[in-house]
Design a protein around this ligand. Sequence first.
Ligand SMILES: [Zn+2]
Length: 452
Amino acid sequence: MKNSEDYKKILERLPEKLACLVQCKTVSYYDPEKEDEGEFTRLKAGLSQLYPLVNAKLRLDKPSNRALLYTWEGKDPSLAPVILCAHFDVVPPGDEAAWLHGPFSGELIDGELWGRGTQDIKVLMACILEAAESLLGQGFQPKHTIYFAFGGDEEIGGSRGAHAIGEFLGKQGVKASFLLDEGGPIAVRMLSFVERPLALIGVAEKGYADMVVTAEGQGGHASMPPRHTATGNLGRAIAYIEGHPSPARLTGTIRSFLSLLAPYSRQPYHFLFSALWLTAPAIRLAFAASPTTNALIRTTAACTMLQGSMKENVLADHAEANLNVRILPGESSQQVLERLAIQVKPFGASVFVKHPEAVVEPSAESGTDNEGWKAIVSALAVSHPSAACVPFLFSAGTDTKHYKDIVQATYRLTALPQDSEALERVHGDNERVNIEDLLRCGYFYLNLMESM
Ligand SMILES: [Zn+2]
């Protein structure tokens, strides 16, 4: 695509089609009784009308009723395929009265499209499909086979959607060159010392586990308590954990993030980031000072729930606390469990993993020296020329975990410019997208597909 303004014409139907997707109330819940399966069916059925060329020319497999997999056969079967992902479920709208325009209205007002999914993440599904639709209209065929993988339950873990697609592709022996899913934004005004917008391309994801610290003690009447109670021991154990966080470490991802950020940073940051061999200890200290950056350099364990006795005047014979643990790449949930067990032992407490099946180990760290990274960065250079591309540790969970065995590299990017205020609307109220930004996001996918 040579003429830089042509994309607006080519993608002119993108906003109205995204509005159609938004109007389907595809809210996913852990309790399937609460879900409106009819809305999911309506969205899936509508795709063939919205994207007739995609429907006619790409193969569509449905590994489950929440999984759509389009296959765009490439010209060169010797090349490793590429997987582009999104999900078509959304989180509940919350308090609808707090929305200025209805969460499922898909209203277009003053250059903005409103509703659930306009930022997370029907927006990417619409961009991917519209880019493909227009390229098919031009008779384009990629060199690599491209898969479009859309799950319908990402917000509740992805077991029916992405997991089914990952298994389906795995059985066919697919080993993709790279996968691109939702992820970091094109962050605007995020760091005071960097003027350019930063495309935060997630190359790794922290792991997730809930661990329970328990303490036992003598139950009975609270009028004559022993010197140490189960609740007191538990409290001391939690205080000790908070006082002794896991060691700080600059992972490969963060080192690469800082090195690539250096040229865009003002002094003294420019120097600090380009001489990590010397400045790493100072950077670890500086990062530890704020919760946002602290989470980038260590495994965190936040005490979120406490339980002791159920009655005011009764001693607890058992007290427990939930630790919500986010594991830094390079560590495992087992290692974290062992460290916590040693920490709480002096207080007579012990620790176990709450839902072993829900544990997500931290992802591998994908590099910046392969085909996928280069393709994403080149496409962004055309669609978002002012943005600097940096690898990033993504803090939220995505569907990417379900594909880890069938890809060589995984990237996470939502190619929309967002400041902190816009990011708060993700899962919040008044979620919306600026139409110019939406079209540029579509333009990014146009460029990416054309280069494949
Ligand atoms: Zn999402």
